[in-house]
Design a protein around this ligand. Sequence first.
Ligand code: SAM
Length: 267
Amino acid sequence: MATEYVHGYAAQEAARLIDQASTLTDLLHFDTSYPAGSLVLEAGCGVGAQTVALAARSPQATFVSVDISPVSLRRAKARVEEAGLRNVTFQETDILSLPFSEAHFDHAFVCFVLEHLARPEKALDQVRCVLKPRGTLTVIEGDHGSAYFHPDSEFARQAIQCLVDLQRHAGGDALIGRRLYPLLAQAGVRDVRVSPRMVYVDASRPALVDGFIRKTFTAMVEGVGEQAIREGLIEAESWRKGIRDLCRTAEADGTFCYTFFKAIGVK
Ligand SMILES: C[S@@+](CC[C@H](N)C(=O)[O-])C[C@H]1O[C@@H](n2cnc3c(N)ncnc32)[C@H](O)[C@@H]1O
């Protein structure tokens, strides 16, 4: 794990991950489905925000969803039960030392996890090892360098940069989306295809204005405010203006773009 998970495990962050997943489900998962009878590893399931979408879309596949955080796993379990899904089991496990035998899983799925790891290569190596030959590996990551918006704001860009810097100090990489192809290829994954998934938001898409600009992206940046100010990365007043200007993009004449990267390859 990165020395310190930059988003933390507070209830507010759990809610943000769930808002993020429900807002982005179609964009990220429309082409994710696993055949009946297959066994799928979800590594770094967190509070189960993606788990529900995965398990619901592949009701006849079985998922083993693992995370290093017992608190998140408890929330994930509750969420999956609430959704009435019975094809998921949970396990507390470090992705850097997976306790499964070689070639145990038919497929594997990793979402928003590599960005927090100091050694994403090692995690990919572990996941690849527990995959059967010809099994698929799907990885989804964001890239905060892909965020641009109207009205543009130097303060908003500074606030986003604080998150990028804090994540880097914690050993992670908030710009990892652009690195997925080389990371997977270097891990020995074959036939890697990366598809950028752009979220574009304006007032004609009110669900995304609220679900993405406010509750996903701005909430994520806002979550590191105290730490960024405490560590001297930004003045409190500039931070306040940065968050104000990110919120400003959610007004009637604002627009916002962000790109996620989804990579799929084969062992
Ligand atoms: C941003 S959350 C993403 C959770 C989920 N995949 C989603 O998309 O909502 C990152 C998750 O990775 C987990 N994580 C970080 N380092 C880990 C490690 N070494 N092994 C397993 N899980 C890890 C964290 O506990 C956290 O739940």
